[in-house]
Every structure is written in C-alpha cells, then in structure tokens.
Design a protein around this ligand. Structure first.
Ligand code: ZN
Length: 180
C-alpha cells in the first residue's frame, strides 16, 4: 500500500514540473520490442539515442513471442499500420533472468500461492515449452525476428532487426541486419 501512495505523492509534485505534451507519432518511426528487465529502464533508451516521443516501446518477460496473433504482434500491427512506424528492433540482452527460470519450480510456487492447477495446465504454450526454449537469449532474438519476418501481418517492406544489449556496459550488437 505504501508503494502506491509514495508513487501518487511523487506524481502530484512531478506533474507540476513536467506537464509537456508530446506527439504520439514517434519522431524516429521505430518500434522497439525488448525485455521488461529492470536494468533496461532509463538505460536502453539513452544508449540508443532514443528520447521521449522518438519510439514506440513494447516490453515483456524475455522479449518472447508465444503467439503469432497475440498481444505483441497486435501491438506491432498498431505501431506499423496505425502509428506509422517503419522499422522494428527486437532487442534481447545478455544475463536475461528468463534464462534462469525453472519451469517446474515456477509451476510449484504458483500452486503453493493458490493458483488453480487447472489454470496452469490450460496455458498454451505450457510453462515447459515457453521457458524451456529460453536458455539462449541470442537464439531467442533470432527466432523472434524470423517469426516476425514470416508473419503475414507484418508487411515485407518493414525491416525487422535483431540486436543484443549488454545491461551492464550498455553496448549493442547486431544479431540480424533487417536491411540484408
Ligand atoms: Zn530479460
């Protein structure tokens, strides 16, 4: 409870100093799909020269794509077809926490916290398939770029790049050059 109150108190002060409207059309016409890792917050964007108003950002655990018509792809469809983004950057990172998650341990811990087993067993893909295929963050970037490249909802004219980010150094390496 204290966390939300602290955030709201801070927000009330912050609004007075920072109320500056910005266009919703990104200046750089790029949509970035990356991991929700804490270390990337206010670090990935400046490392790429991306400022507020420059790009659309989509984040999830491990920048994973589990469904060809799911939330990530739908967000990309909006970024491209509604907002006018012209390029996609898929950015994974080294030392990603998703690579260390134990599917069986996660399943057990959720059961212990009262999550119904039937709800867990109904997940598609299953925890095993989802997390099991994630021990290689670089391979995941290649896989996601390939899936997006082949996805008919993403126009062929949109370059899909794959990159790896170092969450300590801030350096960026190209895994897939979307122009090639
Ligand atoms: Zn991560």
């Amino acid at each position: 409870m204290a966390l939300l109150h602290n955030i709201l108190e801070h927000n009330a002060r912050w609004v007075e100093e920072h109320n500056r409207p910005v266009s919703k059309v990104p200046h750089k016409k790029v949509v970035i799909f990356t991991c929700m890792d804490t270390r990337l917050v206010e670090f990935l964007e400046p490392a790429l020269g991306i400022r507020r108003g420059d790009a659309q950002m989509i984040k999830n655990a491990g920048n994973t794509l589990v469904d060809a018509g799911g939330g990530v792809v739908r967000s990309l469809v909006v970024a491209i077809h509604v907002i006018g983004c012209e390029e996609i950057l898929v950015i994974g990172h080294s030392d990603c926490g998703m690579g260390q998650v134990d599917a069986d341990g996660l399943h057990q811990s959720m059961i212990e916290r009262g999550v119904p087993e039937a709800a867990l067993n109904a997940l598609r893909p299953s925890f095993g398939e989802w997390i099991g295929g994630f021990h290689n963050p670089l391979g995941n970037v290649e896989r996601v770029v390939g899936l997006l490249r082949d996805n008919p909802l993403i126009p062929p004219s949109i370059p899909v790049h794959g990159l790896m980010f170092d969450p300590a150094a801030g350096s960026l390496d190209v895994v897939v050059d979307g122009y090639a």
